[in-house]
Design a protein around this ligand. Sequence first.
Ligand code: BJ8
Length: 424
Amino acid sequence: MADYRSMWTELNLDLEKHDALLQALPGMYENIYLSQDNRPKAMAYFDFVIGEIHGLRVRELMDHKASGGKVVGLFCVFVPEDLILAAGAIPVGLCAGTQFSVPDAEEVLPRNTCALIKSSFGFKFGRTCPYVQASDFVIGETTCDGKKKMYEILAEYHPTYVMEVPQKKTPLGRELFLDELRGLKAKLEEETGVTITAERLTAAGALVEAKRRALRRLHNARKARPAPISGLDALLVTQIAFYDDVVRFTENVNALCDELEGRIATGEGVAPADAPRILVSGSPMAIPNWKLHRILEDSGAVVVGEESCTGTRYFSPALAANDGSLDAQLAAIADRQLETHCACFTPNDERIDDIRTLAGGWAVDGVVHYNLQFCHTFANEAVKVEKALAKDDIPLLRIETDYGDEDMGQLKTRVDAFLEMIRR
Ligand code: BJ8
């Protein structure tokens, strides 16, 4: 990596702690990713992005700021990237997936808070994430209770704007969300000095939709048997989608899909055709949270899909066609975002339908319900998921964990037993 020290100093990072973070990542990445067999060649781009995780992309953001643009951080797929891009700003996902920043967060937040919230907050509090440091402001949202209360505290350390997300998918909920989108548009215009016109929003929407389309293409390639790509690699691609340059990222995902479709045509895969095919469903896995996929794939399974906000809930469904006016585009964005079947909604039966559809379409042998400890919404919803899948005779394993390594052995034992049951 080039020398980015002066940039990190300018960003007011805690350089000593940040060095410790960067020292840990290459070894971990090599162990988990580079050791995989028969990876698609096109993954080289994504390896490069990880190699430059706190370097080149941050430099691009800083260059954008130097030329008068803004950088906006976000924590949830409900916040529409297209609206941010239409204001000439760059959206960056700030959800974090490492234990590294959790101890810093625990100086302030209660320990019995979900690891995703603690890790994200800890990066700001400990000044170890160049993305949050580079952001002009962050946009929170009223999804789960833990997040919305964390944003109140985060606002003491960083400019924070919170948009309301309804709890029910009713016409009234839609009206509320649409109104919130209008409020967000006004906020973005005020911060950037750019008026979001219908033309600007159409152009930004096309970029984001092309990205989602490429990710759906990748998702569809995973239907093949044998699987042409590991779950670890596919997860990594979706995680990178939250912060990479939208055009460059889309090109590289399409190049990856070209290669995968070639593999499918010749029957080439990353695991034997009879490897147990697993769908992971539940809480999001923010970068670099690769814990569960690693255990599953080290144990001989292949993960063929993620019903998650670092999976299908990020790139599905497509934005509906509309007449292109500003009002119609905002309405289409509202409708699309409200198709995100997050467990923060009640009721949320559509998520169960999604899991069943994925299980059938991707020829899944079992579902692993992934729950971050203290994430009460997904934990409670797992009860309904389990009942529904039992009716379909689809085995389900419920995993509740955090970002630490302490339970790796215990999780591996449970995963091995689950896969053994599937193989019988
Ligand atoms: S749309 S899933 S990205 S809120 S932070 S709910 S894990 S206790 S992240 Fe999410 Fe938006 Fe919903 Fe998706 Fe649980 Fe933790 Fe809350 Fe979490």
